[in-house]
Design a protein around this ligand. Structure first.
Ligand code: GLN
Length: 447
């Protein structure tokens, strides 16, 4: 049914970069046979999932949304993919994204943008826009995304689905093409909180192949999603998010959601996180610095695109020509920014200062979580904008991440929950819950 749905609607949505009908059906049949033989299978066995094309898969190409990796078929599976396979989830295909996950609209994909199923003249958010569009359009019941500065939560908000960025280190990054290694996390995207929790449980947990993986039991997210009891829960509304720059329709939907939480018995207070407003500035130094380092591996020698500028070209000339042809403008912009921020003489002024701000933001979270159990804010300042509307203005696009970035800088988990449509645009609004590290279960309970 999902494959039929993809065949019927993905030409319009461009959510998938690759569909593996045969592979998905083979897994589904295998699960059926094992179930018929009486085997006890995982809860999600047989339920199909779409995987962001930043996560490597054997048997299917992984492009990272870039010309640099066009046609590359990885020689191994990411740990999260291995876990999906072990649990018997058929993998429908690989979903569209901004090139190397850099963007908030999916317009930086080298393969054309995915579109928002609510209005195909609009962006689905990004960078996990393909995963979000696929789930929102019933092309897949579940998907995996990645979130470095909001790339799961923001597209979830723009398309009216649930998206979760787990605690940093909670889900393995092994086999996830690195954007900014100290910020990247894989997480679930789904139509309900419980569905997201079920995927979370499958992919989370310690992995010796990821040196930042946390060696502790996975928080009881499924149980929390089933419980859904906020009575007595202390919920902090982040004072800094919701005023200037936030669309009135987003604000109003957020206020209604907070009222519902209070009615359900939560104790709602306002909390100030004074350094959150510097999050974007710090992120746009830390992230490009890591990007410039991580993307150095695309050197046209080991794998990926190789362009020969002329006969007898030197290795350096081949690298330059290949990187020029293989990377899009946004990726180049970030490599330049990052290389600059890390250069000697500038390192302390830029990278060093950004790291200090990062610590201050982590302290804001610590102070807030002494007062409340979870924090809440709108996920994004606006609803989905028109394709092309912000293309000429990278800064206005960067501002869309104001509310999601602090969680990545501090490593804490966040969940975006759809809370209805904005009255001024008729488009979905998301509310974001934030919790202390390794308390991901609180997000699922509150949502
Ligand atoms: N939109 C943010 C950026 O462009 C976040 C990207 C992400 O989370 N992968 O960097």
């Amino acid at each position: 049914a999902y494959l039929d749905r993809i065949a019927g609607s993905d030409e319009r949505l461009n959510a998938f970069l690759h569909v593996d009908a045969e592979g998905a059906l083979a897994t589904a049949r295998d699960v059926d046979a094992r179930r018929a033989a009486g085997e006890q299978l995982a809860t999600l066995a047989g339920v199909p999932i779409a995987v962001k094309d930043l996560i490597v898969t054997t048997g299917q190409p992984t492009t990272a949304g870039s010309k640099m990796l066009e046609g590359w078929v990885p020689p191994y599976d990411a740990t999260v993919v291995t876990r999906l396979r072990e649990a018997g989830l058929p993998i429908l295909g690989k979903t569209n994204l901004d090139e190397f996950a850099m963007g908030s609209s999916n317009e930086h994909s080298a393969y054309g943008p995915a579109r928002n199923p609510w209005d195909t003249t609009r962006i689905p958010g990004g960078s996990s826009g393909g995963s979000a569009a696929a789930v929102a359009a019933f092309e897949a019941p579940l998907a995996l995304g990645t979130d470095t500065g909001g790339s799961i939560r923001q597209p979830a908000a723009m398309t009216g689905i649930v998206g979760v960025k787990p605690t940093y280190g909670g889900v393995s990054r092994h086999g996830v093409i690195a954007m900014a290694s100290s910020l990247d996390q894989v997480g679930p995207m789904a139509r309900t909180v419980l569905d997201a929790a079920l995927v979370h449980e499958v992919v989370a947990g310690h992995d010796p192949l990821d040196s930042t993986s946390i060696e502790r039991p996975v928080p009881a997210v499924v149980e929390a999603a089933r419980r859904g009891d906020v009575s007595g829960l202390r919920i902090g509304v982040v004072r800094e998010f919701g005023g200037e720059g936030f669309q009135p329709g987003v604000r109003a939907a957020f206020d209604r959601a907070v009222e519902l939480l209070a009615k359900a018995g939560a104790e709602v207070v306002e909390v100030s996180c004074p350094h959150f407003s510097h999050g974007i500035a710090a992120y746009y130094l830390v992230m490009p610095s890591e990007v410039s380092s991580n993307l150095a591996r695309f050197d046209a020698m080991r794998y990926g695109l190789r362009v020969m500028p002329h006969e007898g070209a030197s290795a350096e000339q081949v690298m330059a020509a290949s990187r020029d042809a293989g990377f899009g403008d946004e990726v180049k912009r970030r490599i330049v920014l990052g290389t600059y921020a890390l250069s000697s003489g500038y390192y302390d002024a830029y990278y060093g200062s950004a790291q200090k701000v990062r610590t201050l933001i982590a302290r804001d979270f610590e102070a807030a979580f002494e007062q409340v159990d979870v924090l809440v804010s709108p996920t994004a300042p606006t609803t989905a904008w028109k394709l092309g509307e912000k293309s000429d203005d990278p800064l206005s696009m960067y501002l869309e991440d104001v509310a999601t970035i602090p969680a990545n800088l501090a490593g804490v988990p966040g969940l975006s929950l759809p809370v209805g449509l904005a009255e001024d645009s008729g488009l979905p609004v998301g509310v974001q819950f934030l919790a202390p590290a390794m308390a991901d279960d609180r997000l699922y309970n509150a949502a």
